[in-house]
Ligand binder design. Sequence first.
Ligand SMILES: Nc1ncnc2c1ncn2[C@@H]1O[C@H](COP(=O)(O)OP(=O)(O)O)[C@@H](O)[C@H]1O
Ligand SMILES: [Mg+2]
Length: 225
Amino acid sequence: MTAGAAPLVLCQGVGRNYGRGDRQLTALHDVSCSIQAGDRIAISGRSGSGKSTLAHLMAGLDEPTSGVLSWPALGRREELRPGCIGVVFQSPSLLHELTVAENVALPLEIAGAEPSRARERALEALAALDLESLAEQLPDELSGGQSQRVAVARVLATGPPLVIADEPTGQLDHTTAERMLDVLDKTCRALGAALVLTTHDARVTARYDRRWRIADGALETGERS
Ligand SMILES: Nc1ncnc2c1ncn2[C@@H]1O[C@H](COP(=O)(O)OP(=O)(O)O)[C@@H](O)[C@H]1O
Ligand SMILES: [Mg+2]
C-alpha cells in the first residue's frame, strides 16, 4: 500500500436501509473503510450480517441510503464495470444461452472490443485458468465449481484493478472451494488486482492476512481507515 495514494473504494459513514417508512431494515450501518491498490481483504460475517449489501455497494451495483461512497482512483459509479471492478457472485451468474467463451467475451464486447478480439482474449483467459476445454460448453453443462472458475476467467479477461467476490465458494464443497480460491488468488496476482472477498466460512478467511468482520450491519476492520 502506498501512503497517500487515492483509494480504489472509500466508504465514509455508509449505510443501507431496505424498505420504506416505518418498515425499514438497516442492513448496513455507518461503515467507514477504504480499499487500496493491491489490498487482499476477507470480510467475514454470518448469514444476514450485510456482506452482500456491502459487496454490492462497493461494486457500484447499489447505492447507499446514507453516507458517502466513492471510487477516487477509479471514477464515477457508472464507469466502474466491467473495466474497473470485476465481480464474482455467490450464485452462478453466467448467461444460459451463451457458451462459456461467449460469456467470458461479453464484458469485453460491452466495453467496446471487436468481437474477434474479445473472443481471442476470452480464450486466453480460459486457457490461463486451464478451462479451455470448456469454451464451447453451455453453462448448464458445467459443475458449480467449473461455473465459478469461468466467472473468474470472465474477470481475468477484463483485467480490472479491483475484484470483489461475494461468497464465491458459498455453494461449493470444501475441496472445490479451495480449487476455486486458488484460481481467484492466481488471477488477482496475475492482474496485480486488489481482492475483497466475503465469506461466512472461517476456513476461507484463514487464507487471507487481513480479516475484517461484519455483524448486524456494522463493519469492524480493526484498522484505522
Ligand atoms: N433487497 C432487500 N430487501 C430487503 N431486505 C434485504 C434485501 N437484501 C438484503 N436484505 C436484508 O438485509 C440484511 C443483510 O442482508 P445481506 O447483505 O444479503 O447479508 P449476507 O450477505 O451477509 O447474508 C438481511 O437482514 C437481509 O434479509
Ligand atoms: Mg450474501
